[in-house]
Design a protein. Sequence first.
Length: 163
Amino acid sequence: MQKIGLGGGCHWCTEAVFASLKGVKKVEQGWINSTNHEASEFSEAIIVHFDPKLIDLDVLIEIHLLTHNSTSNHSMRKKYRSAIYTFDDKNIDLIKSILAKKQKLFKKPIITKIYPFKSFKLNSEKFLDYYKKNKNNQFCNRYIEPKLKLLLEKYSDYTKDLM
């Protein structure tokens, strides 16, 4: 098992996307920060525990980039930092090369940054598994459903039964 931290958009959305993938054994949803000064404040994120034999880091990063606005520095970036948090310095060069390779999928430059993991605060129980508990609410229909549809269309080999 390996783990990676991912931040970008709402952690409810990110949790729903990655919990839907085969090879992902656990998703922790909450707030994450880094030892890096520009990412020292907590922002919404998830920690993905995955089996690299079943789903490759390359695929996880591609899905991450495509399911949040990874090319825009909008006003909410402190709360929704576009980031990949590493638990092992050995992965930094690999992640850099994956990001460089994935740039071809976008017209604008990817702004997602790589940070060393420092700490994580789990969200309160009532917000964990938010999509599973609230599938019919307006937020889920508007923001999470389109991301899950993308998974089914483009990554069906990696998705668990979403219906």
